[in-house]
Design a protein around this ligand. Sequence first.
Ligand SMILES: NC(=O)c1ccc[n+]([C@@H]2O[C@H](COP(=O)([O-])OP(=O)(O)OC[C@H]3O[C@@H](n4cnc5c(N)ncnc54)[C@H](O)[C@@H]3O)[C@@H](O)[C@H]2O)c1
Length: 332
Amino acid sequence: MKNFDEFYQDSTILVTGGAGAIGGNLCRRLADLNVKKVIILDNLASSYEWNIPRASNIVFVKGDILDDEALRRVFKERPEYVFHLAAHFANQNSVDNPETDLLVNGMGILKVLQYAHLTGVKRFVYSSSGCGVYGLDSKMPFEEHDVSIRLFTPYQVTKLLGELYTNYFYNLYQLPIVNARFFNSYGPGEVPGRYRNVIPNFFYWAMKGEPLPITGDGTETRDWTYVGDIVNGLLAMGVREEAIGEAFNLGSGEEQRVIDMANTVLTLTGSRAGIVYRERRDWDKKAHLLSCIAKGQRLLGYQPKTTFAEGLRETHRWFVENWENIAKSAEF
Ligand SMILES: NC(=O)c1ccc[n+]([C@@H]2O[C@H](COP(=O)([O-])OP(=O)(O)OC[C@H]3O[C@@H](n4cnc5c(N)ncnc54)[C@H](O)[C@@H]3O)[C@@H](O)[C@H]2O)c1
């Protein structure tokens, strides 16, 4: 396959949610590919001014995907590519705030799809979720066809709903969509907080000298995927013809135990505060998550490159470099 530069250079790209953990990493990579313009549309609902990627070809528009004025403004620029990452994040937040979850993740994607269709974009890539679309009755390692409707949180329901909408726009209007199913992203750029993922939260607590709370017994596993690898998968989905109308797992294809991750965080940070065990959250029914990435390897050339040890070191480095801002922003 040709380099990504050859596809993306001189184009205009809209990234909704581009100020967020994954979106920020995607926008930085795109800006380096000599694109004409990366437009970030984000209302900073779960992200921070200081963490917005900056470059001469990145334009930040503070706005809501539910607001037609903001949508008209960004689509007037005629983006050829849309990466739709804006979302109400994530499971616990959706259990606490189910109506906002439906508005942002349901009505939000419908609105962005309508504008993408009206302006005729070349590609629409949607950030779906492995934890959203695979349920207890899906067989591990999860393959793309084995979607479940036995779900446990509003977020899982609306991430699946997003795929139903993208598929509908593809089926009826031939809008060139692709569904990316991320598996537990981690890495530089994710600010810890009450509703954030376990890895940034563990680094935060370890650096504050507090014990790491494991909800369960620690033998649970996750398919943690380094954000740089996810970005490579997204870039391939934006340009590969074979990807159109399809869904792909973007995972590492490997399981890691929560207890081992926690011990690595304690070692990297030099924390002696140890681990405390708490009850598993009632919606957290999946003790193990593992993706099958064969389809992405075959059709996208997707190949995660960052080992878990390297990825955790990079995450720690980012925490150390940005500690002042992180400590100010983290809310629990
Ligand atoms: N992080 C993961 O492990 C993971 C796993 C599966 C799927 N995903 C999906 O990937 C995408 C990006 O996730 P992330 O980890 O970067 O999350 P994030 O919360 O850091 O990013 C989402 C961004 O969307 C913005 N946003 C929220 N509501 C908005 C609205 N109404 N209008 C405009 N912007 C809005 C937020 O401010 C934030 O910057 C999300 O769609 C998420 O559901 C993430």
